[in-house]
Design a protein around this ligand. Structure first.
Ligand code: GLY
Ligand code: MN
Ligand code: MN
Length: 462
């Protein structure tokens, strides 16, 4: 955990933004896989981590936004727990570690909230995403589970997004650590990408790397020669000469900060001419987005300008046709680039998505685009110094989508379907880097994983 002053400052900043009522912060509990004592890896709630830093299950905290008083709720372990889990720090010591003045047994939380409600005070809470906390919140506040999302405090949501969107130097350090592990994961994947190797063995190696560093994967590894399936978690293929393999993987440090990178390599390391041409378009798009991202412009505009780089590149190859600006306006590029350019990253790989993507990625001025492809853009609003974001353009040949557009004559003025059909077995290419928005532009986080055609060809299988 960070120094306690970091958490004290964060809570003080929150109290400046929310000044009335009480804030309830539920940590996560252990979650059983198949029976109570056989649990999934424990993952603390990210907002709880951000303000209270304590990576233990079974905790909650309340901040009185009017008196400033803070209380940590939880239970100290009994002798029977100690036999199985070893000695645990006392609740009051956990509270002291992060500068929280009061601690109380978990059962007192009910009284604390009842007392606030009976005085007509607002209890601010965040939208719960886990069943256990939905049930607990419902019991604590007397709100049906189906109503919890609607009744969450938008004021608290917006205040937290405002704070967590801007990463401080301590957080950047942690993200850089996650990036360094991500670099190792991707190098390992590239080195193993030779014909006859299995996707499963490569994925196994990639997953083992963060674990060796006391970290975890930030999300299930995407690793496949079938990269046209955007989130392909199946690793059943055997690598074949002539195919390309996508690896989308990142680490999460012990403190919960993520990295998220994607690289695509030809099996055995040598691109065919056809692969090289498409690869270069995606690389141009990635480089363009890095050159364009800076404070004061919207990521939506960077997304659309990057889509034009892709459309122009595909037109040069003969896969698209017509006016590039008009093609992007019509959304024709989305046949090949059907997702957004990127998202916020931090304590979550898709940072703060639990709080409501619309509030994380958009505001009153920048609204989502209601069009296939661009509608998936998770971050559209104006960039600010201190944002950490991903830059992940891609080009994919998705046979089912090609057939649908072809048969339904969707954007047929801009697509050369005859040529596109020659790429049906191509797969997909995505190139993803992590960026920190700086005062003057942005910088890449972590050492850049090999990305040029020359770098890839010099790394794969070596
Ligand atoms: N790893 C999923 C993503 O790139 O958003
Ligand atoms: Mn990714
Ligand atoms: Mn990503």
């Amino acid at each position: 955990m960070f120094q306690k002053e970091v958490y004290i400052r964060r809570r003080a900043d929150l109290k400046k933004l929310v000044t009335k009522g009480v804030g309830l912060f539920l940590g996560n509990v252990e979650s059983p896989m198949n029976y109570t004592d056989n649990t999934y890896h424990f993952r603390q709630d990210s907002s709880f981590l951000y303000f209270f830093g304590i990576n233990h299950p079974g905790l909650a905290a309340v901040i009185d936004f009017e008196t400033g008083e803070e209380t940590l709720f939880g239970n100290d372990v009994e002798i029977e727990d100690i036999i199985w889990m070893g000695v645990q720090p006392l609740l009051k010591d956990k509270a002291t570690q992060v500068g929280v003045g009061n601690s109380a047994p978990f059962k007192m939380l009910t009284d604390a909230l009842k007392s606030a409600v009976s005085k007509g005070r607002t209890v601010h809470f965040l939208p719960p995403y886990r069943a256990e906390n939905k049930i607990l919140l419902s019991e604590l506040l007397g709100i049906h589970t189906s109503q919890l999302n609607e009744k969450r405090s938008l004021e608290l949501v917006k205040a937290i997004i405002k704070l967590r969107s801007i990463k401080d130097a301590f957080e950047i350090d942690e993200i850089e650590k996650a990036c360094a592990i991500g670099y190792e994961m991707h190098l390992a994947s590239m080195k193993m990408a030779v014909a006859g190797e299995t996707e499963q063995r490569i994925a196994g190696t990639v997953e083992s790397i963060p674990f060796k560093h006391g970290a975890r994967i930030a999300f299930p590894v995407i690793l496949s020669q079938d990269g046209q399936t955007l989130h392909n978690h199946y690793h059943s293929g055997i690598l074949q000469t002539g195919r390309i393999m996508i690896t989308d993987a990142g680490a999460e440090t012990a403190m919960g900060y993520a990295s998220d990178f994607t690289r695509t390599v030809p099996v055995n390391g040598k691109f065919t001419q056809k692969q090289k041409e498409i690869y270069q378009v995606v690389l141009n798009a990635n480089n363009y987005a890095t050159s364009a991202a800076k404070p004061g412009i919207t990521y939506q505009s960077v997304h659309l300008a990057t889509a034009k780089v892709i459309a122009q590149g595909l037109k040069d190859i003969g896969l698209m046709k017509g006016d590039v600006d008009a093609a992007v306006k019509a959304g024709a590029h989305a046949l090949f680039f059907p997702h957004g350019l990127g998202h916020m990253m931090g304590l979550d790989v898709h940072d703060m998505e639990d709080l409501g993507q619309i509030y994380v990625g958009y505001d009153e001025v920048t609204r989502p685009i209601d069009q296939f492809g661009a509608a998936y853009l998770r971050l559209g609003r104006k960039l600010e110094t201190g944002f950490v974001i991903t830059n992940e353009p891609g080009i994919y040949f998705i046979p089912a989508l090609i057939d649908k557009w072809h048969h339904e004559k969707i954007n047929h003025d801009f697509i050369n379907f005859e040529k596109v059909n020659q790429y049906r077995d191509f797969g997909g290419i995505r190139l993803e880097d992590d960026l920190l928005i700086t005062d003057s532009g942005c910088r890449l986080l972590g050492k850049r994983i090999p990305i040029t055609v020359e770098e890839i060809e010099a790394t794969v299988g070596k």
